[in-house]
Design a protein around this ligand. Structure first.
Ligand code: 86X
Length: 644
């Protein structure tokens, strides 16, 4: 053997001996059999193995080859740092495919290919990953409900009840049903595939509808120059505290800060001014699907109020006011249909009061939903008629058909956000978890075979085969279906699992069903079950899905109507508000009165009530009716409530 290489191996050997001795002297080799001890033991064992390798290398025929490996190992003078104590900081995981030159990892050291001769080694000398109680913002104990420890690993579901502790129930359901995960930036949430697929359904439907109307999609940049926002100063003022700014790149300050869009009026209308010159350039009807950031300081709630959210924002320009107004209401009705027809959530369409309208708009319309559990109204979406306010600010002027006559464009803007998903969860979810309306459910049916222990292997195979067959034919029929053939879970556990995730129909296949050629369809919304012959499954399922969709709306609508009261006197109004209801009350449409009501109806622990909207569908206003709050002649019926 070459002298030089032998020297290298010898040095390695000596170093390992010294390390082993140091380790022994440090008292870390424990005498107790607990997990900490095993860390210590394996560390020591690793060193012993190293020493044996060194010895073998010095004596073996293929010494030089082994020597190279050892030389590599020696080069890593910091090897000791890998003998982590359980409490030590987690080390950075090196890239698996390309280990750092000169480093030999403990894992690799023990991997068979590197071990000469017939040494057998126990599982990789371990990298300790003990359970550590964490204060990680990703897993705040109050939020996951998991860290209460008592929860068994296999236990599924929620431990808060919707009626008893609504906000805890909501926090748990969004996480446990795997819609969202919490993230290290407060007020920001990860939308997991199930949630995103619901958004996709909404998006696909709405996108097709607006395209049918003649709206086109586009995309404007995320960043907005400061000067653009300043141009709209009056309207931005109220929101200024919520605008997030980029002020630095790397270590250098930007010359001018750049805003992250809270909405895109300013970004788009600057450009619209350059695109719109003549009446022939109108109408201009654009929409974008985008994310926006509003640095809210109110308590964040997944989907309902987050600092970044997804939405569509439509921004259109017309030559005349009537055209613009027609669109405002057309879009508003699409929003109603998103809620009522897709999400089975009842809403009321209406106009916002002067207090509540967007300051830059001529008028604002909205759809308003309601959460009975906490008695709060929630704005579902808005469609604004901006009039000529923005076109005058941004110089969106065009040559009319009349020669030498110019006019400012009539504009609208309208938006629908991922808040839709939150309202849907709150409306339909129950103590077992999500209840998804079939039209937006990522999965509409799940096939669950229910074998029992008495079943012969043959019969079990037949049951699994039939499950597969049903699954395939349902899928072919265009229904979103999954099968749960996992063998390590009981049918009961699987029921809980899919109920938590809100799948509208569970198709069960039991031993008796195999004999009778039938299966059971169990509804998530009502729990009702029905027997269906195999041959009828693909005709029955689409009908049942639609029945569920319709029944979910009917049920939610009944609850909604039960929360809507009429009041013509202050005391009745307050009593209804304190019953956590919405109130329809005659109103003289005065800003000061709305402010007064807000103050007067606020108490410790309860925010004041405000107008949610002035419903488009108005009850008859009998001559002489007066405002419930001011006693002045009423102009309309307004919808009031506490709100998000
Ligand atoms: C109001 C107006 C409008 C297009 C919609 O409601 C639908 C889609 N935009 C939105 N608005 C803001 O909320 C707003 C917020 C901040 Cl933080 C801001 F800096 C400016 C804003 N301007 C308008």
């Amino acid at each position: 053997m070459h002298d030089k290489k032998f020297q290298v191996i010898l040095t390695a050997f000596l170093v390992d001996i010294v390390r082993a001795l140091t380790f022994l002297r440090s008292g870390r080799l424990p005498y107790l059999i607990n997990w900490e001890a095993s860390i210590g033991n394996t560390t020591f064992i690793t060193l012993v193995i190293s020493i044996i390798i060194d010895l073998k290398a010095m004596t073996a025929e293929d010494g030089p080859q082994i020597a190279e490996t050892v030389a590599d190992k020696l080069a890593d003078v910091n090897l000791d740092t890998k003998h982590k104590e359980p409490n030590a900081k987690k080390e950075k995981k090196p890239k698996a495919d390309k280990p750092k030159q000169g480093t030999i990892l403990l894992d690799t050291l023990s991997s068979p290919s590197l071990l000469p001769l017939n040494l057998t080694v126990h599982p990789p000398p371990c990298r300790p990953t003990p359970f550590q109680p964490t204060t990680d913002p990703l897993f705040p104990p109050s939020i996951t409900g998991r860290s209460k420890e008592v929860k068994k690993e296999t236990k599924l579901g929620l431990n808060a009840k919707k009626e008893e502790d609504f906000s805890e129930w909501y926090s748990q359901i969004v996480v446990e049903s795997e819609l969202i995960s919490y993230y290290a930036v407060s007020g920001c949430y990860i939308l997991r595939p199930t949630a995103y697929s619901i958004w996709d359904s909404i998006k696909n439907w709405f996108d097709a509808e607006i395209k049918e109307m003649g709206v086109e999609n586009c995309y404007f940049p995320l960043f907005i120059p400061e000067e653009y926002l300043l141009k709209e100063k009056d309207h931005v003022e109220g929101f200024a505290a919520e605008v997030a700014w980029v002020t630095r790149s790397g270590n250098s300050e930007l010359e001018r800060p750049i805003a992250i869009r809270p909405t895109s009026e300013t970004a788009m209308y600057k450009t619209y001014a350059t695109w719109i010159r003549s009446h022939r350039d109108l109408p201009l009807r654009l929409n974008q699907w985008a994310n926006v950031v509003r640095w809210e300081f109110k308590h964040p709630t997944p989907f309902i109020r987050s600092r970044e959210f997804l939405w569509q924002e439509g921004h259109t320009a017309f030559a005349t006011q009537p055209e613009a107004e027609t669109e405002v209401y057309e879009v508003l009705d699409l929003y109603r249909r998103v809620y009522e027809d897709l999400l089975a959530v009842p809403v009321i369409k209406g106009k916002k009061s002067d207090n509540e309208k967007f300051a830059g708009a001529l008028f604002t319309t909205s759809v308003e939903a309601f959460i009975p559990m906490n008695g709060r109204g929630v704005q579902g979406a808005t469609s604004h008629c901006l009039g000529q306010n923005f076109s005058k600010m941004f110089d969106i002027e065009f040559e009319t058909e009349v020669e030498d006559k110019k006019d400012f464009a009539w504009q609208n803007s309208w938006g629908l956000t991922t808040r839709t998903i939150g309202v849907m969860i709150m409306t339909h979810g129950d103590d077992k978890g999500l209840v998804l309306p079939p039209r937006v459910a990522h999965l509409q049916v799940v096939v669950v075979p229910i074998p029992n222990s008495k079943l012969s292997e043959e019969d079990k195979a037949a049951m699994l085969g039939k499950s597969e067959e049903l699954y395939t034919s349902i899928k072919k029929a265009g229904i979103r279906v999954n099968k749960d053939l996992r063998e390590n879970y009981t049918p009961g556990w699987k029921y809980n699992y899919w109920e938590l995730r809100g799948v509208p129909i569970r198709l069960e296949l039991g031993p008796k069903d195999m004999v009778n050629g039938v299966c059971v369809l169990a509804r998530r919304d009502t729990g009702a079950k029905e027997l269906v012959a195999w041959g009828d499954v693909i005709t029955r399922l689409p009908v049942l899905l639609e029945e569920i969709q319709a029944d979910m709306f009917t049920k939610a609508k009944a609850t909604f109507d039960g929360c809507l009261e009429r009041a013509t006197k202050w005391d009745d109004f307050m009593a209804a508000i304190d019953r956590k209801h919405m109130v329809l009350a005659p109103w003289a449409d005065e800003v000061e009165v709305e402010e007064m009501v807000k103050k007067k109806s606020a108490s410790e622990g309860a925010m004041g009530a405000k107008t949610l909207c002035i419903p488009m569908e108005q009850p008859e206003l009998v001559e002489g009716t007066v405002c419930f709050a001011s006693g002045k002649p009423a102009k309309n019926w307004a919808l009031w409530g506490r709100s998000y």
